[in-house]
Design a binder for this molecule. Structure first.
Ligand code: FES
Ligand code: FES
Length: 162
């Protein structure tokens, strides 16, 4: 007798520098896997249609909207969420320190996505001459309802300037 078709699959990935295997459904978005299967609720979901940036995580160092990026697509790749941003226990990433110093958040709902999008910029292609307008353009996919953006821009420039 034929085996019944299974609706789940196992994927492996490096998640926050740790190897992880997780059972998923093939059409499952990464945000669901992170939050509901792995308990990493730092990744927020707001619009759920890749329009607000709240769910931004890094896959192989590049920002991805975890609300629409399938977990299957992340198999065998490096995934970084806000839980893995700090380099060590009790040591914040310079971006996190800058957000605190510049009051770059209020309710904090957008902050994980902001941090990861900015981290990608600082890690990969931050122009040392970039100004606030450049940061606003780069971060245009990440929406914030609270801060008016200027403290966020100041935070990112502070981290860039060291
Ligand atoms: S929740 Fe994914 S982009 Fe808005
Ligand atoms: S701090 Fe509240 S949405 Fe940005």
């Amino acid at each position: 007798m034929a085996e019944p078709l299974t609706t789940t699959m196992t994927v492996s990935m490096m998640l926050n520098r740790t190897p992880v295997q997780v059972e998923i459904e093939p059409s499952e978005p990464l945000a669901y896997t992170l939050r509901e299967r792995l308990g990493l609720t730092g990744t927020k979901v707001s619009c759920d249609v890749q329009a607000c940036g709240a769910c931004t995580v890094l896959v192989d160092g590049l920002p991805r909207s975890a609300c629409t990026f399938l977990t299957y697509e992340a198999r065998d790749r490096d995934v970084l969420t806000v839980e893995g941003l700090a380099p060590a226990k009790d040591v914040l990433d310079p971006l996190q320190q800058a957000f605190i110093a510049e009051n770059g958040f209020q309710c904090g709902f957008c902050t994980p996505g902001m941090l990861l999008a900015a981290h990608a910029w600082l890690s990969v292609d931050a122009d040392p001459d970039a100004d606030g307008e450049d940061v606003i353009e780069y971060m245009s996919g990440n929406l914030c309802r609270c801060t008016g953006y200027l403290p966020i821009v100041a935070s990112i420039l502070r981290a860039r300037n060291g």
